[in-house]
Ligand binder design. Structure first.
Ligand code: ARG
Length: 607
């Protein structure tokens, strides 16, 4: 739809000028102002007139009438009449494109892709540089369900961002520095003798717990730990060795999790990465006269972006140790120096809102004007329904727990179904469970708390990951069947190998004559939906919400369901119609595969 969105925008902007709106101080419409009418019968693209109502002193429907008339005039003057009409529909100006033209153009675009067979792809690194920080778990602690929220969203935005032409740099800001690692080092030194030969995070946690138990009896241990962190900050080699060991043990496990989730980072730069930059930072703040002493600690007084006073940022504790915020200020400055980014996003829990206000506040006081390019993208908590998860002590739920619960539920459902020939329920269960968990996470507004109701998220019929995965396997099985009929060319046989690998899609160039055989409302609706892919990718990025993309994929799947119900694809006595429909199935499969890959949902070949 991109092509039409551009034309509609062009027409709108000209109509604005003709109507004299810019002179009245109204900003020209932008691509993201365009919306997609919920029902394609109302039009293919819509421009909402609400914001014009007040300055023009007219009700929105009246503005829409006036603007639509100007658009019609512009359209009449165009040499190429592909945009059929502009009309006021309530408070919107809606554009409708001729169905056959749209069908042929869209399906052509989708199947030919943007140079490498992929629809909606923008040439690499042609837009700004975008630093995204996400995941950032703490070492020597299990990977929590909550960290999945940041990881899944960040990875999805990074994938879509790169596809849409941004130079994405992803950073995992591992929690690996701070007083607690002084404790851990002491704990490993004292009680580490019992660690197994190949220790895991669980063993580190056990040692850490032991430290706390002992510290209750012997408070001197706490002092020892504080002292240890101070020595660590000064680079004490023995403690460094112990600490490094803990990082390695943790990273080994985290890497497994990332592999399972299909997540990669440009840089894994934990908090410790910036440790040499903390002294110089404090010195600079001192020189700028921004540091004040408060009860032995060093603080910077702050106001928020609106100039309202907020609690001061503590940058050094009484005992001389630096803290989390100090490292964040140093990290931001380092990244700016290194990358000169256009946008930097921190995907971190909403409970850290004040923390980021403070970090940005300190930077503002240091006259780092680029702080306006930084944003905190907050997310809500994971909440659990169902006895199983809530019985776990202390409400600490790890990602492993969640995935395991989902896997069991999926397995039960798979066993109750008739599976495709040759499918092993145990094997598919892992893939489907992962899809269910990730989709549940991303389809919800990140800012809200997330309910994990295992029955709902694994339902094959609901708006779920498994529902989408299943639709994709349906496409594959139709194509597989077609590949067996010798009337159909090999290009439409089911692709071999990993169905999720969309990196080498062939370019198909269907003849318009063939496409004109697609005439039912279901076919048209499905093509229109597919055509909206680029639009939803853009919205996903600008709102930093993968839920945009998830809902789009559900819409596509529902449209595909309608098509599949109403239109028989393979009809041996109608090879042309069959081929046209197979092309539509392949187009659907491509968009679904690409979209699901962005979201981070693995695709089983059969299920
Ligand atoms: N490690 C932190 C946690 O688990 C998240 C780090 C967020 N990023 C940052 N730059 N402060 O809560």
């Amino acid at each position: 739809m991109e092509r039409y969105a551009k034309r509609a925008l062009d027409v709108l902007q000209k109509a604005f000028a003709a109507a004299g709106y810019p002179a009245a101080g109204l900003a020209l419409p932008q691509a993201l102002d365009l919306e997609l009418p919920p029902d394609p019968a109302m039009g293919d693209l819509g421009f909402p007139c609400f914001r014009l109502s007040k300055p023009l002193k007219k009700a929105p429907p009246a503005v829409a009438q006036e603007l639509a008339a100007h658009c019609q005039q512009q359209l009449a003057g165009l040499p190429e009449q592909t945009m059929l009409k502009a009309a006021a529909v309530g408070p919107y100006v809606n554009f409708t494109v001729d169905a056959q033209v749209l069908l042929s153009d869209l399906l052509g675009d989708i199947l030919a892709g943007g140079g490498d067979g992929r629809y909606g792809k923008v040439p690499e690194k042609t837009r700004g540089r975008w630093v995204m920080e996400f995941s950032s778990p703490n070492i020597a602690k299990p990977f929590m369900a909550g960290h999945l929220r940041s990881t899944a969203l960040g990875a999805a935005l990074a994938r879509v961002g790169a596809y849409r032409g941004f130079d994405v740099i992803s950073i995992n800001h591992l929690g690996d520095w701070g007083t607690q690692y002084g404790k851990l080092a002491v704990a490993v030194k004292r009680f580490g003798k019992d660690l197994p030969a190949d220790p895991g995070i669980k063993d580190l946690v056990a040692v850490y717990v032991k430290f706390h138990e002992e510290a209750e009896k012997d408070p001197a241990l706490e002092d020892e730990a504080r002292e240890a962190f101070a020595r660590l900050e000064r680079g004490d080699s023995e403690l460094m060795e112990l600490w490094k060991k803990c990082v390695v043990i943790s990273m080994k496990e985290f890497s497994r999790t990332y592999q399972r989730l299909g997540v990669e980072f440009t840089h894994v730069w934990g908090e410790s990465y910036y440790r040499d930059q903390l002294e110089p930072l404090l010195a600079e703040l001192r020189k700028l006269g921004l540091i004040e002493e408060s009860e032995g600690a060093l603080v910077v007084r702050l106001t928020d972006a609106q100039g309202k006073e907020i609690p001061p940022a503590i940058l050094q504790k009484k005992d001389g140790a630096t803290i989390y915020a100090t490292r964040d200020v140093a990290a931001a400055r380092y990244r700016w120096e290194k990358f000169r980014f256009d946008r930097m996003s921190y995907i971190v829990g909403q409970e850290q809102k004040l923390h980021f206000q403070q970090v940005f506040g300190v930077l503002r006081r240091m006259n780092a004007e680029w702080v306006s390019r930084c944003e905190h993208i907050p997310y809500g908590l994971y909440r659990f329904k169902g006895a199983k998860m809530s019985t776990r002590k202390g409400n600490v739920v790890t990602l492993e727990d969640v995935l395991e619960t989902a896997r069991e539920a999926v397995l039960e459902r798979l066993r109750a179904r008739t599976l495709d020939a040759g499918v092993d329920a145990d094997q598919v269960a892992e893939t489907v469970a992962l899809g269910a968990v990730v989709f549940n996470d991303l389809s919800n507004d990140p800012a809200r708390d997330l309910d994990f109701d295992v029955e709902r998220v694994t339902d094959f019929e609901g708006e779920t990951g498994p529902y989408l995965q299943y639709a994709h396997t349906r496409c594959l099985s139709i194509l597989r069947k077609a590949g067996g009929l010798d009337t159909f060319k090999q290009d439409l046989a089911a692709p071999a190998g990993d169905p999720a690998d969309v990196s080498r899609l062939g370019r198909l160039a269907p003849e318009p004559e063939l496409i004109s055989r697609l005439r039912t409302p279901e076919e048209l609706l499905l093509v229109k939906r597919l055509g909206q892919f680029p639009h939803h990718l853009e919205r996903t990025l600008s709102f930093a919400k993968a839920s945009q993309l998830c809902h789009f994929l559900i819409d596509v799947t529902q449209a595909f369901g309608g098509f599949y119900r109403e239109c028989r694809v393979i009809q041996e006595d109608q090879p042309e119609l069959t081929r046209a429909r197979l092309l539509l199935v392949e187009a659907t499969r491509r968009v679904l595969a690409q979209g699901l890959r962005f979201v981070g949902i693995p695709l089983p070949e059969r299920m």
